[in-house]
Design a protein around this ligand. Structure first.
Ligand code: MN
Length: 133
């Protein structure tokens, strides 16, 4: 057994190629050896969001605080709230982020594929897409 201190690792800023706004990522757990699981806590200030992307093995989001938005291709953005769990299928094109007025923090649970790929990044979410509710 190992108990990791929550401040062992520095927060990482989400790269500008993959995020809009100042998004901060804290790695909670990364599997070793045969495990490819990853668990992150991601903090989005108001208006911040991921770019469009897919996950080869899917993803589970769990909202901890704030008010967020999530969108899958072909549907309008939907509001997500603390306690909500979003299950994203392998290969499903989507984005997630904060609503316009509140910081949103979610857990993100996912696996990499056999090549180590855990996300395939695409174009940024435009303001028109973000505001299309
Ligand atoms: Mn995702």
């Amino acid at each position: 057994m190992k108990i990791a201190n929550g401040n062992e690792r520095a927060s990482r800023k989400g790269p500008a190629d993959w995020f809009t706004g100042d998004v901060w990522i804290d790695e909670i757990f990364r599997g070793v050896d045969s495990s490819r699981v990853r668990l992150m806590r991601v903090s989005f200030p108001p208006g911040a969001r991921t770019a469009w992307h897919t996950h080869p093995a899917g993803q589970v989001l769990h909202v901890l605080s704030g008010e967020g938005l999530v969108q899958t291709t072909g549907e309008p953005p939907r509001e997500i709230h603390p306690g909500d769990t979003v299950v994203i299928a392998p290969g499903e094109r989507h984005w997630h982020g904060a609503g316009p007025a509140n910081t949103m923090v979610h857990l993100a649970l996912y696996e990499s594929d056999a090549r180590g790929v855990d996300a395939v990044w695409m174009e940024h979410v435009t303001d028109a897409e973000y505001n299309a509710r």
